[in-house]
Design a protein around this ligand. Structure first.
Ligand code: PBG
Length: 323
């Protein structure tokens, strides 16, 4: 009770504040999402994601070496696929010489210790821009899941360490796990996007990959943002089906969900600070309305406080420079 207790004592200088600091950020926390394109020596600007680029695999090689030298230990790969290679079956997703497979190979050759994570969903390969196969205007679950399992296997065969299914189909973790076990990929990790909400925060990402849905929206598979307990149902099922890490996405608007999962589950929780969150801070700081670096660190720290042990973020490089 005041004045015996004064909460300000431990805040009175920066050394004291450092000594009682509860949560810390480290380069080990981050997953770096990367957008890969075909071609040579190309680094393309993404208008809705300032200072973030799509790059060709030759540039990827040097880029991951740089990331590694900064202490960053994992990348999450996404590919932008040519319109002519898109169909309604995910054919190109299974191409052993496809862009994703070449990108995995590039990273593993450049920095063998780098943890390579791959996005598994059909949207960049889909002529409809949907995460699954479309029949009569509907996204069909079970046919899609079979293709996703083959896609995951192809990534594992090429050297991916972590498969990250982001599609939100039912039973995909189980199918992927069974497929990997059958081919003796016993140690391939599954980081499931378990609580992935149907969110408007993904807009800039869909610009980056040209993967916006051609009709309708993603609400029949991604979660309704009005729901909370459903996230636990999803995450529990994914763990039962063989996931090793469960993810919550988007990030800042869903810290309550991260906390729920952390309290209820015994598994590492990942958070994805998505493209729209990145764009908001970039825009506000360009206008001089917010301090970019301060807000960035404040937001990233909030993921740790909420209970995340991995953070996928477009700010990874910038943050590491400030740590
Ligand atoms: C693909 C996928 C999306 C994101 C990650 N994987 C887009 C979507 O579901 O439409 C979004 C990432 C971001 O916005 O940063 N299934």
């Amino acid at each position: 009770m005041y004045p015996i207790q004064r909460n300000r004592r431990l805040r009175s200088n920066s050394s004291l504040r450092a000594l009682v600091q509860e949560y810390h950020l480290s380069p080990n926390d981050f997953i770096v999402p990367l957008f890969i394109i075909e071609g040579k020596q190309k680094k393309e600007v993404i208008p809705s994601m300032p200072d973030y680029y799509r790059m060709t695999t030759d540039l990827l090689k040097d880029h991951v070496k740089k990331l590694w030298s900064m202490g960053l230990k994992s990348v999450l790969l996404f590919v932008k696929v040519a319109e002519s290679l898109k169909d309604n079956k995910g054919t190109e997703a299974l191409n052993p010489k496809g862009l994703m497979q070449r990108a995995i190979d590039t990273v593993k050759n450049a920095v063998p210790e780098m943890v390579v994570m791959t996005d598994v969903a059909l949207d960049p390969y889909s002529s409809f821009g949907h995460d699954g196969i479309v029949e009569e205007g509907k996204i069909v679950n079970d046919t899609t899941v079979n293709v996703l399992a083959e896609m995951a296997l192809s990534h594992a065969q090429t050297g991916a360490d972590v498969i990250a299914p982001s599609d939100m189909m039912d039973g995909r973790v189980l199918k992927i796990r069974q497929r990997l076990e059958k081919e003796q990929f016993f140690d391939t990790i599954i980081m499931s996007y378990s609580a992935k909400y149907a969110s408007s925060f993904y807009g800039p990402f869909r610009d980056a990959l040209d993967s916006a849905p051609g009709f309708g929206d993603k609400k029949t598979y991604q979660m309704d943002f009005s729901n909370r307990s459903e996230a636990l149902v999803e995450a529990r099922r994914d763990l039962e089906e063989g996931a090793d890490i469960v993810m919550v996405k988007p990030g800042i608007a869903y810290l309550d969900i991260i906390r729920d999962l952390k309290e209820q589950l015994n598994a590492p929780i990942a958070a994805y600070q998505v493209s729209g969150e990145y764009a908001m801070l970039k825009a506000a700081s360009e206008k001089g309305w917010l301090d970019h670096d301060q807000i960035m660190m404040e937001q990233l720290l909030s993921f740790k406080r909420a209970g995340a042990s991995l953070i996928a973020t477009y700010f990874a490089e910038a943050a590491v420079k400030l740590i």
